[in-house]
Ligand binder design. Structure first.
Ligand code: CTP
Ligand code: MG
Length: 232
């Protein structure tokens, strides 16, 4: 397999509220995006990296991450779109033709370890078409209606909180994105959801605590503690 890495990094980061795109926010001494590139591009399993950058930031992003791209790994930076799905679509269009397996990794999950990229790629190599890391949920989840009334309590033991990198056979991912475009999907929050819509199997492998998503300010506090622990 020839594995390409796509990093959607074009989001505004409204919930973090830093006033700059989240991928460019600092965690320790470096931008979230730099941490994500270092782990993914340095994992040893990818041959190309395509980043979807925030609007107007493609050149700056290229300069920012280039030092962390290992020799022999190709780097492309495109401008992202107005939704995560569009950003992934644009990066997929810029992914070289020889790539037949794609790992998609949110810049926001910037502390996902290199070993997780390897595990996802290995699962694809072993024959799965779509693989996502996941962990058991810790909270009890309630389905509610618009008024706040509880409709159902799904059995927690059957639920997994999924992460990235998510891995796909490229032809499956391309088909899923084309179908999503045609129906004008605006609800999917990950790529696996688009593949599921096709009725294609998606397999969950064990995720990692450090692959947590930085969404709100409190997540940044936890991430800072994680890297401080690693540096001490
Ligand atoms: N993303 C993207 N293009 C978009 C929106 C999101 O590439 N138009 C990326 C983000 O940069 C992030 C990942 O998708 O790496 C996951 O999205 P999320 O955590 O929601 O980030 P933001 O959309 O930036 O945050 P918010 O929803 O709080 O604005
Ligand atoms: Mg978002």
């Amino acid at each position: 397999i020839v594995v390409g890495l796509i990093i959607p990094a074009a989001g505004a980061g409204e919930r973090l509220g830093a006033g700059i795109p989240k991928a460019l926010c600092a965690l320790g001494a470096e931008a979230l995006l730099v941490h994500a590139v270092r782990a993914g591009a340095g994992s040893g399993v990818v041959t190309t990296v395509v980043i979807a950058a925030p609007p107007g930031e493609a050149d700056a992003v290229h300069k920012l991450v280039a030092p962390d791209i290992p020799p022999g790994v190709e780097l492309h930076v495109v401008e992202g779109g107005s939704s995560r799905r569009q950003s992934v679509r644009r990066a997929l269009d810029a992914t070289p033709p020889q790539v037949d397996v794609v790992l998609i990794h949110d810049a926001a999950r910037c502390l996902a370890p290199a070993a997780l990229f390897v595990a996802v790629a290995d699962a694809i190599d072993a024959g799965r078409d779509a693989v996502v890391p996941g962990l058991p949920v810790v909270d009890t989840l309630k389905q509610v209606d618009e008024t706040g009334a509880v409709v159902a309590t799904p059995d927690r033991s059957l639920l997994q909180a999924v992460q990235t990198p998510q891995g796909f056979r490229r032809h499956v991912l391309e088909r899923a994105h084309r179908a999503a475009e045609e129906r004008g999907d605006t609800t999917a929050t990950d790529d696996a959801g688009l593949v599921e819509w096709l009725g294609q199997p998606v397999h969950v492998i064990p995720g990692h605590d450090h692959a947590m998503k930085i969404t709100r300010p409190i997540d940044l506090v936890l991430a800072e503690a994680l890297i401080a622990g690693e540096n001490s």
